[in-house]
Design a protein around this ligand. Sequence first.
Ligand code: SF4
Length: 363
Amino acid sequence: MPDSPQIAYGMTLDDWIEWMEERDQPKFRAKQVVEWLFEKRVSSFDEMTNLSRDLRDQLIGEFTIGLLPTVRLTGSQDTTRKFLFQLHDSRLIETVKIPANANFDGERSGRLTLCVSSQVGCAYDCKFCASGLAGFTRNLSAGEIVSQVMTAEHETGDKVRNIVFMGMGEPLANLTNLTRALTILNADWGMNLGARHMTVSTSGLAPQIEKLATIPMQIRLAISLHGATDGVRERIMPVNKKYSINRLFEALEVWFRHKKQMITFEYILIEGVNDSVEQAAILAKRVKSLHAKVNLIPYNTVEGLPWKRPDIPAQDAFLRVLSNANITATIRREKGHDIDAACGQLRLQEDEGLERPASSAQG
Ligand code: SF4
C-alpha cells in the first residue's frame, strides 16, 4: 500500500480488491472505483454514485483522489507549459507538458508528451542541473507520480500520449514507487498508456538499470551520459565515481538482452567541458557497441551555475563526428523543448520567492 496520506491514483486494482475484501465488499466494487477514477475522471468520491453512501464515506476518510493544486502554470496552449504542483506536505514539484507537434527529441510527433518528476529535489548533484542545487528532500509516492499525469490532463483537457521521467529527481533511486506508477499508467484499468510511450531517464544507476530490465514492460530507457570518458563525466556527474562508464555499459548490455530495443543517450553539450571532437569520437565508439541513438542538447544557462553553451560551429563539429561514424544523432536546438537541462529551475525560483515573467521560463 502507498504512503500516507493515501492517494487513490496510487492504488492498483489488486490493492482495491484487497481493500474491498477487508471491508466485506464484493470484488466488483474495486473495478467500479478504478472506472470512476481513470475512465470517468471524477474529482471527488461523492461523485461515485453507484457506491453506497457508507462506502463513499469510508473512502473519503482514508484517501484523497490525488489531483494536485497548481501553484503556477507558465506557457500557453501551443507551447511548452510548466506546472508547479504542490504536494500534501507543501513541497513543490515540476511537471512539463510538451506540445503535440514535438516530442522530447524536438522532432515532430503529433503526440503530447509529459515530463514528470520522480523525487522532490535530487541527491545526485550533477553539476549542470538546477535540481541538484536544491539537494534531496524525499521520494514521490506512486500516487504522486500518477497524480502529475492526471492533473495535467484535468487542467488542460489534453490527452497525454508519451511520458518521460526527466523532471526533478533520479527515477531509479525511487525504483519501487516508479515501478508501481508505471504499472498504473500502463494498466488497461488505469491510464492505459502503452509501455513504449514511457521513457525512464537515468544518470546511470547500473544495478537499478539491470533490475528495471527484468520488469515485464517494454518501457524505453534514456541515459544522461554527458561525458564519454570517466574523467570528463566525473567532473560534472558524481554518480560516475560509483558507476563508471564501463559498469554503466555492462548494465546497458543486460538491458538490451532483455528488451531488444534502442537506447537513447542524452548528451548536454557544455563549452570547454565535454564538447571536444575527441569526446565525440570516443562517444561514437562507445555508442556503436549498442543499438542506440544520441540526442545532443546545447546547454541552457542556469542562474548560479558557471557553464555555457558551445557556439553553433562547435555543436555542428560534434554532431559531424557522430554522423560520420554512422551514429544516429540529433541536436535539439528549439528553445523550450530542452527540458532536462534546466529541471528544477521553476521550483527553485518559487522557493526563493522570486518572480519572473512566464516568457522567460526555460523548457
Ligand atoms: S540531472 Fe537528473 S540525476 Fe542529475 S542532479 Fe539533475 S535531476 Fe538529479
